[in-house]
Design a protein around this ligand. Structure first.
Ligand SMILES: Cc1cc2nc3c(=O)[nH]c(=O)nc-3n(C[C@H](O)[C@H](O)[C@H](O)COP(=O)(O)OP(=O)(O)OC[C@H]3O[C@@H](n4cnc5c(N)ncnc54)[C@H](O)[C@@H]3O)c2cc1C
Length: 414
């Protein structure tokens, strides 16, 4: 909040990208009293048809922004039951009681429910701050970070005091921040993603392992080589099951689209040596089935230049191994809000963005590297499930408290 001597003018904030990171940043900055415009290249503001785990560290930030858990139609994420490809039980990893240890219980939900909830908070007249403006079908193609001026594909130019680049793993704005393109390299891994209709499991005891048996959470089915594995969990009030099947990509990934549609027979063929319990489950596969290349960014030299700053996947896209990619974007957004309280002047912006980078870079890059290594280095596979220390480090973090502390230490003269 502004002090009597601070100017009481809000900052003009522009956000490039209306994904989970961009929308959360929009809410965090409107809550501080700034005027926020979001520019999204797609004609419709929506998320892809898949689900997402929301760990406690992410939920804590969403709570401070006023989200409603009920609107997510979520299921509690208490751990993972892992099976071998022949159907024998491999292990059960029950997470520490999250409500007791971290003050909030993590959950799993459909991405579109989370996206809709963020849009509701951004656009609503209710709650602190002025409703956010979202400009759909507006691709930002260029930016002068020092002047705070940026250009849409139509040639139209805009000005802002802060430009938040939340434009995802293939970020255009990243090239401007770094000075040259940084492309997330191929890992040789890909994933089929599809949704199963949970009503098809009803009255069939052979499917009890999917939703009924064991703790509320995820189910992992691992092949002998571990290279092929399937992670599934319910969403939308347990009416849908989100399925992610990771395996090595036989193609030269650089010669193919990062996201592609595949057929039912592609899925059945890839997992044909898994046991009958799994075959009968994947026989439920229906279009649309997407195949995603799994790519992770290398550590970047910097995240900000002048008034332009990277957030979320644009800065640190990684593999879904720890289920923390969007959570880091949400943490970034909450932290950025704390670095730019009402009363921040346009002249102060570059230093505030540098402080945001100081706070966030190490943690985000830890998650990026661990997510990659725990998928690809044999000795580290399943580490997150085994290690309470790592769960505490990720799930127990309070991004808002850490950011407020960092702001005080960096900018408040006592
Ligand atoms: C298989 C899989 C499973 C995952 N599971 C989880 C999970 O369980 N938990 C978790 O926390 N994370 C998970 N993640 C990671 C998570 O999906 C991402 O980290 C998160 O969506 C990143 O959000 P973002 O807003 O940074 O980027 P994005 O969601 O990519 O959004 C970027 C937006 O910017 C727009 N855009 C791009 N360029 C421009 C431009 N030039 N101008 C205007 N708009 C532009 C795009 O259209 C898009 O809407 C998973 C990822 C994958 C691949």
């Amino acid at each position: 909040m502004s002090s009597p001597t601070a100017p009481s003018k809000p900052l003009d904030v522009a956000i490039v990208g209306a994904g989970l990171g961009g929308l959360t940043a929009a809410i965090a900055l409107r809550r501080q009293g700034h005027l926020v415009k979001v520019f999204e290249s797609s004609l419709r503001s929506r998320d892809i048809g898949a689900a997402i785990g929301i760990p406690p560290n992410s939920m804590r930030v969403l709570e401070t922004l006023g989200y409603s858990l009920g609107n997510l139609r979520s299921t509690e994420y208490r751990g993972v039951v892992a099976y071998n490809a022949d159907g024998s039980k491999a292990y059960t990893a029950t997470f520490k009681d999250q409500a007791e240890n971290y003050g909030v219980q993590g959950c799993m939900c459909h991405r579109s429910e989370l996206h809709d909830e963020l849009k509701r908070l951004a656009l609503s007249e209710e709650g602190a701050g002025v409703a956010v403006e979202i400009h759909l079908g507006t691709e930002i193609v260029d930016c002068d970070p020092e002047a705070g001026r940026f250009t849409a594909q139509t040639g139209e130019k805009y000005d802002a005091d802060v430009i938040v680049a939340a434009d995802g793993i293939r970020s255009t704005m990243r090239t401007i921040v770094i000075g040259h393109p940084v492309v997330a390299p191929a890992t040789g891994l890909c994933a089929f993603r599809w949704m199963a209709d949970a009503s098809k499991l009803e009255g069939k005891p052979e499917f009890d392992w999917v939703l009924k048996d064991g703790i509320s959470g995820g189910r992992l089915v691992v092949g002998q080589d571990y290279a092929r594995r399937c992670f599934l969990y319910p969403c939308r009030d347990r009416t849908l099951i989100n399925v992610t099947m990771m395996h090595p990509d036989k193609r030269d990934q650089d010669q193919h689209s990062w996201y592609a549609r595949v057929t039912r027979s592609d899925v059945l063929e890839e997992y044909k040596d898994f046991g009958p319990f799994f075959q009968s489950f994947i026989a439920l596969v229906e279009d649309p089935i997407n195949m995603w290349q799994m790519r992770a960014l290398p550590v970047l030299s910097t995240w900000s230049k002048g008034r332009l700053v990277l957030l979320g996947d644009a800065a640190h896209a990684t593999l879904p191994t720890l289920g923390q990619g969007a959570a880091m974007a949400v943490e970034d957004a909450g932290a950025l809000g704390c670095m730019l309280p009402f009363g921040t002047t346009p002249q102060q912006v570059p230093a505030r963005l540098a402080a945001y980078q100081d706070l966030r870079k190490e943690r985000d890059e830890f998650v990026t590297v661990e997510s990659l290594e725990q998928a690809t280095v044999p000795a580290k596979r399943g580490l997150f499930h085994r290690s309470e220390e790592m769960q505490d480090l990720l799930n127990g973090y309070d991004a808002i408290a850490a950011a407020q502390e960092h702001f005080k230490k960096t900018f408040v003269v006592s």
